[in-house]
Design a protein around this ligand. Structure first.
Ligand code: SF4
Length: 685
């Protein structure tokens, strides 16, 4: 019996794995603050991949001439990869090699991967798929609060709020146990507000539901701030003592009267006024954003607009109130703290900060000047492949960009242009299928490591079963390659040792893990960062007295509304938005292979009015075409989506062949959540 956490989303539900015989594992839910003994069906079925015949158990190399795969021993595979990396570095310089990580990797792997890129490869080119997940919220929170921790309070605090506003979150499907906290809030008389272009299962349980045009959340927030200010409900005392910069934001919001907001968002001015009244008549309001608000070319500005609203109401730092981001991937929080990002070193330190470089270099035992500088963000990194100075090799850990990247056809073609593509994965994912070398690695129940959930709570996933013969951990792969490359520093394969080193590297940084140990996590069932010393209790709630900015105050940041990067026109006259379904997780590489989870494939959700205009019928194919590609899939005709919008889930190949690669100027987040499309009914043949 092993206490651990779910392999999937950022809730990191507590579960117990029970051994039945030598290798069969059963899941039992366990009491843990975020899930309280509940799991969603993904969690219940999470051991299903262990018995899959698709599990990889030996290194493979693919012939470029024939496309045939051949089996290699681990030594052969590691020697081959290391020698090719060394040769590319020798011939083209260190930046010829690149690393692509994932927001599902443990903290230890994320840390070791960042160190491997900078020390063993000497490359600046490392980034990860979390750039596509919540980077706009992270950038906005850093600008406004001086720190990015998804939720600066425990999730259960929302039960004590009077109002929770969910902007672009469908948590009833993406993290169902979290909905229990909202149910309790409502049972106590609190209200839930949902802002979403689709009336999702989350919206079905909302007290207030606003259904704006995709990509217009920013205008909605400005309109609410306008009404809050006009009604005299700005918390002037809070603004004066705990913030800076309100005058410029107030002046911007003055131009966002409700009728203007209605024209842009499609939300009736009367509904906007009603919501403003709800907000101004409540003291304990929690504003939560998720991918719907964040995955835009103006995602950072959109999140800032909602933070500005929260600050004007005096919420952040108050008990049972504030702003937070509902992170998506399992280690969406920790994955961005330990050096996987192109511009960051462990401890959430900026890579161009000389003090940060000196500190981390001292832990790694290398000269600070040997560390490369800032690299390219995830999509820019992939786009640079095939350009004269672009990467010639890519090592992929815990990611499947052929399915999850925006403009995915172009990304797949970039990957084919590499001299060397190496993928570490459990199964032959769509990205692994393009690789030159595939290295089979352990999965969560077969290894130990920490994750940091959406609350900033560091939890421990414990090994419950031995991995299949022939499989190695990512830490073993990284260490073996580092040694073959003659890298300086030490390369432990023991997760607990790596975590201790991570603690040293993070000490004094914004995400300080120095006081957290495996023993403490076991004893306390999770520890909140920052936790700078063994005697420190951890920090469940932040910002009560001050913000971690130079003057201790939060910053209002003025924003302007530009709208989606692709406005509708005569050809592409419908908005396309993408998202998730209950039974699948991310690119589906794991969940599509679990027998007990329904795998219905992609579909196109559209409104009956649009279906009538097109002549589309429920269950029959429709084709969605954007400037980047097209997808034909069965129609699902539902009255819950806006008539000007279609929705396609992205867990399968297809949706992201359509999505836009317009990037947010600050976070470099692509605009997954809206682009212009044409919808047609294919001709019968
Ligand atoms: Fe919990 Fe998320 Fe796992 Fe579902 S997928 S059991 S919500 S951690």
């Amino acid at each position: 019996m092993t206490d651990t956490h779910c392999p999937y989303c950022s809730l990191q539900c507590g579960m117990t794995l029970l051994r039945r015989g030598r290798s069969v594992l059963e899941v039992a839910a366990r009491e843990f603050p975020v899930n309280e003994g509940a799991l969603c069906r993904k969690g219940w079925t999470s051991t299903g991949l262990r018995g899959s015949r698709e599990r990889l158990t030996t290194p493979l190399v693919r012939s470029r001439e024939t496309g045939e795969w051949s089996v290699l021993t681990w030594d052969e595979a590691l020697d081959l990869v290391a020698s090719r990396l060394a040769a590319l570095r020798e011939e083209h310089g260190a930046d010829a090699n690149a690393v692509f990580g994932g927001g599902g990797l443990t903290n230890e792997k994320a840390y070791q991967l960042g160190k491997f890129a900078r020390v063993a490869l000497g490359t600046s080119r490392i980034d990860y798929n979390g750039r596509w997940c919540m980077s706009s919220a992270a950038t906005a929170a850093n600008q406004a609060f001086g720190l990015d921790r998804g939720l600066p309070f425990p999730l259960a605090d929302v039960e004590q709020a009077e109002v929770v506003v969910l902007v672009g979150s469908n948590l009833a499907e993406t993290m169902p146990p979290a909905a229990r906290h909202l149910d309790r809030l409502r049972a106590r008389g609190g209200r839930v507000v949902v802002v979403d272009p689709r009336r999702t299962p989350t919206a079905d349980h909302a007290d207030v539901f606003l259904q704006p045009v995709p990509g217009t959340d920013l205008a909605l927030a400005l309109g609410l701030l306008h009404l809050v200010d006009a009604s005299g409900a700005v918390d002037e005392s809070y603004v004066a003592t705990r913030t800076t910069g309100f005058d410029a934001v107030r002046s911007t919001a003055a131009a966002w009267w409700p009728e203007r907001v209605e024209r842009i968002t499609g939300v009736a001015a009367a509904d906007l006024r009603s919501l403003a009244t709800v907000l101004t008549s409540s003291k304990r309001v929690v504003v939560l954003t998720a991918r719907g608000a964040e995955q835009h070319a103006d995602g950072t500005a959109t999140v800032l607009a909602w933070i500005d609203l929260a600050l004007a109401l005096g919420l952040p730092g108050r008990p049972y109130a504030g702003y937070g981001c509902l992170t998506g991937q399992g280690n969406g929080q920790g994955g961005r703290e330990h050096g996987q990002k192109a511009d960051q070193l462990p401890g959430y330190r900026m890579i161009d900060d000389p003090d940060a470089r000196a500190h981390v270099a001292s832990v790694w035992g290398v000269p600070p000047e040997s560390l490369p500088g800032k690299g390219l963000s995830a999509y820019e990194l992939l786009s640079a492949i095939g350009t004269p100075l672009g990467p010639r090799s890519l090592l992929v850990f815990g990611s499947n960009p052929v399915v999850s990247a925006p403009n995915a056809t172009a990304v797949a073609s970039r990957l084919r242009a590499l001299d060397l593509l190496v993928v570490c994965d459990l199964v032959m994912s769509e990205t692994a299928a393009l690789a030159d070398v595939v290295l089979p690695v352990t999965q969560w129940a077969e290894e130990t490591g920490t994750m940091t959930n959406l609350e900033g709570r560091v939890v421990l996933r414990q090994q419950a079963v031995t991995p299949p013969a022939g499989v190695r951990s990512d830490l073993e792969v990284i260490a073996a390659l580092a040694v073959r490359l003659g890298a300086a520093s030490t390369w432990s394969t023991d997760p607990e040792e790596v975590f201790a080193e991570l603690g040293l590297a993070s000490a004094g940084g914004r995400a300080d893990y120095a006081g957290i140990t495996y023993a403490r996590i076991r004893e306390e069932d999770g520890v909140f960062w920052p936790c700078p010393s063994p005697s420190h209790p951890g920090t469940p709630r932040m910002f009560a007295l001050s913000f971690p900015t130079t003057d201790g105050r939060a910053r209002f940041v003025p924003v302007s509304y530009d709208g989606p990067a692709e406005p509708l026109d005569g050809t592409f006259d419908v908005h396309l938005t993408t998202g998730r379904v209950l039974a699948q997780y991310q690119s589906g590489a794991q969940t599509r292979r679990i027998r007990d989870l329904p795998d219905d494939g992609p579909f196109v959700e559209l409104h009956p009015l649009l279906a009538v205009r097109l002549g589309a019928r429920d269950g029959e194919p429709v084709t969605v075409t954007t400037r980047r590609g097209s997808l034909t899939a069965p129609a699902r005709v539902v009255g819950t989506i806006r008539p000007d919008t279609v929705f396609v889930p992205f867990h399968w190949v297809g949706a992201n062949r359509l999505t836009s690669d317009a990037l947010d100027p600050s976070s470099r987040m692509p605009e997954f959540k809206v682009c212009a499309c044409a919808v047609t009914v294919p001709a019968l043949v």
